[in-house]
Ligand binder design. Structure first.
Ligand SMILES: Cc1cc2nc3c(=O)[nH]c(=O)nc-3n(C[C@H](O)[C@H](O)[C@H](O)COP(=O)(O)OP(=O)(O)OC[C@H]3O[C@@H](n4cnc5c(N)ncnc54)[C@H](O)[C@@H]3O)c2cc1C
Length: 590
């Protein structure tokens, strides 16, 4: 991936200036400057992270005439974006929308994303707390971002835009497109999609592989296994940003940024202390974050920004009971249980994922218990609402009837799972899916490696329920599960199957007893998914400090930025586009 200097001179489409004209080399050129920092590398623009924000930012900046270095903590590019479903709701009048006869405009996007009256069926507002300045910039750059993606090799499935995934209530028109994988290998399997799926399925592979290729072609230098550890500013809380410090497998590297640094580090869900500022319940056991083990969201961008004075922004967006911040798992028996992401043995990260997980088709087949072997909710219960585009019908912008017409429907499964065992600790502790041999047959599960993870303690099996409880020993099971408690829970549940009524949690007609050995306990603890609050930015994606002043030379976008509650890729790619455009236009620091 690392570019040679010769490659820097090969201009990508639209690249105006040669490296000579820019007057810079991105090659190592150790020097110590007035700041006293020993610089190992230099570029006009330094981008931290190679995901949905970072790669568009890098390409735009490079094609705008800047030399660009991207540092990426992992040994591969793509971030959570490449793990994603590739559903991209970019509208505002794209050529794609026009092709399908859909009339949209930046004003309509802005109005939809700032409509105070848009609420989820559980009463939580989606967009009320969005920052108007940030949304206006998104609305105005949405269509251009779409055209940018297509110009850089992203192919969208050739069908009318829809509202699946990533779109919430209150969209006046369909905006969502789906990135097709084409012939790129899928990171989940290591192989390309089946030939009949290559132009029809939606996946982040179809978004990020082309962008990585486009970045390389344009002459962006991507430094893999370089984790940013700090941002250098002239003075701790004053003056412009000068560059970054990074760690390359134990070797410290200082990279000077003549124009700007762009934080594109992707959020904070894997940093336990950081995420608990938003929600104290999110203790260590929530260890199977969606997108891991491909990449982490360790809040390093937010922390580095805060260390030089940056403010956080729009914090409600990360705590409201809506969207996909916390999700019910879709698979059980492995550490990483996000519903739409499974790792298979051909994947380059399978050694870290360790199991593919058993996908639950019907929650009638399992009983969910907490650390002490007790049920806590109807297993078929739903997570917080999201992506429910059509649930306000009719949707009338800025109208109180939008809320009044909803049938209030609290989704409190996750709250029950996170409630804990009443011993004064924060966090709900592990949740286990208990099932038997008959359930495995009905679900067509084979509860053996590589489908489940016995070695690391995310799945257990035994011939009696009591023995199963005794076997559950792992890092996050901080109290033993009492065997008699689990046996009593299963006996009571089986009696509900006889009577047809779940007297405890109202599960709709419990269907199957748990009675045929072997019995299993599979990890089914809620999964954290995305971050919707981070550093304060303005319309240009410049980072703003605690006194409301811009930190010169520092930009941010995507999940590490705050003020915007839209899920995912549209927000990230668009803010990358904005940040890259403005960063490259900066004057180099003297
Ligand atoms: C399974 C899954 C499915 C999803 N599906 C969708 C979908 O269909 N539609 C949608 O809109 N959104 C979806 N999303 C969300 C979407 O992928 C993210 O919101 C988006 O990728 C965020 O972009 P980002 O640039 O902020 O972060 P990322 O894409 O995660 O990129 C951040 C990058 O920064 C790197 N990094 C972090 N810290 C450092 C550091 N200190 N130094 C150097 N590099 C660092 C990371 O390794 C990573 O490569 C999904 C997410 C997941 C996990």
């Amino acid at each position: 991936m690392t570019m040679k200097r010769r490659d820097l001179l090969v201009g990508g489409a639209g690249m105006a200036a040669s490296a000579a004209a820019i007057g810079l080399s991105a090659e190592a050129k150790a020097q110590t400057t007035q700041s006293g920092i020993h610089w190992d590398r230099e570029a006009d623009v330094v981008v931290i992270g190679s995901g949905a924000t970072g790669l568009p930012a890098a390409i735009v900046a490079r094609e705008g005439g800047s030399s660009v270095i991207v540092v990426e903590a992992q040994s591969h590019t793509g971030g959570h974006a490449i793990c994603s479903g590739g559903n991209v709701p970019l509208g505002g009048g794209t050529s794609y929308q026009k092709k399908w006869g859909i009339q949209d405009s930046p004003d309509l996007v802005f109005r939809d994303l700032t409509d105070w009256s848009v609420v989820e069926p559980n009463g939580f507002p989606d967009y009320r707390f969005n920052d108007r300045e940030v949304i206006r910039a998104f609305a105005d750059n949405c269509a251009a971002t779409y055209e940018f993606l297509v110009a850089h090799g992203v192919v969208f499935v050739d069908k009318a835009p829809d509202t699946l995934g990533g779109s919430s209530v209150g969209n006046s028109v369909p905006r969502e497109m789906h990135a097709a994988p084409m012939d790129w290998p899928l990171i989940q399997t290591g192989k390309p999609a089946a030939p009949d799926k290559r132009t029809t399925m939606s996946t982040g592979n179809g978004l990020m592989h082309p962008l990585a290729a486009a970045a390389t072609k344009a002459g962006v230098e991507i430094l893999l296994s370089h984790r940013m550890t700090a941002i250098h500013r002239e003075a701790p809380h004053a003056g412009p940003v000068l560059g970054i410090a990074a760690d390359n497998n134990g070797t410290p590297v200082n990279i000077r940024a003549h124009k700007a640094v762009i934080i594109a580090t992707g959020g904070s869900t894997t940093n336990v202390n950081f995420r608990r500022m938003f929600d104290p319940r999110l203790t260590e056991e929530y260890c199977g974050v969606a997108g891991q083990p491909w990449s982490d969201q360790d809040a390093s961008g937010e922390l580095a920004g805060m260390a030089i004075g940056a403010s956080l922004w729009g914090l409600f967006n990360n705590t409201g009971e809506f969207g996909s911040g916390i999700t019910k798992p879709g698979t059980v028996g492995g550490q990483y249980g996000y519903v739409n992401l499974r790792w298979f043995p051909g994947s380059e990260v399978f050694d870290k994922a360790r199991a593919t997980g058993l996908h639950v088709n019907d929650w009638q087949n399992v009983v969910l218990v907490n650390m002490i072997g007790k049920r806590f909710y109807d297993e078929t219960g739903r997570q917080f609402t999201s992506g429910n585009y059509g649930s306000i019908d009719p949707y009338v912008p800025d109208n109180y009837r939008n809320g009044q017409n909803l049938k209030f429907k609290p989704n409190t499964f996750l709250d029950a799972a996170l409630a804990g065992i009443g011993d004064g600790h924060n966090g709900g502790g592990p949740i286990w899916a208990i099932f038997d041999a008959d359930a495995a047959d009905r679900e067509k599960w084979d509860p053996k490696p590589p489908n489940v993870d016995y070695d690391a303690g995310f799945c257990f099996t035994a011939n009696t329920i009591e023995e199963l409880a005794r076997k559950i020993e792992m890092k996050y099971q901080r109290v033993p599960m009492p065997p008699e408690a689990l046996a009593a829970t299963i006996a009571r549940y089986n009696s509900f199957v006889d009577s047809g009524v779940d007297e405890d949690f109202g599960k709709p007609k419990p269907l199957y007893k748990i009675s045929k050995p072997p019995f299993y306990a599979g990890w089914a603890t809620p999964v954290l998914h995305d971050t919707r609050a981070g550093l304060r930015i303005n319309a240009r994606c410049q980072v703003v400090d605690m006194s409301g002043q811009v930190i010169a030379g520092l930009y941010c976008g995507g999940e590490s930025a705050g003020g915007f509650s839209l899920h995912g890729l549209a927000r990230a790619t668009c803010q990358g586009f904005i940040a890259g455009t403005n960063a490259t236009a900066e004057k180099p620091k003297a």
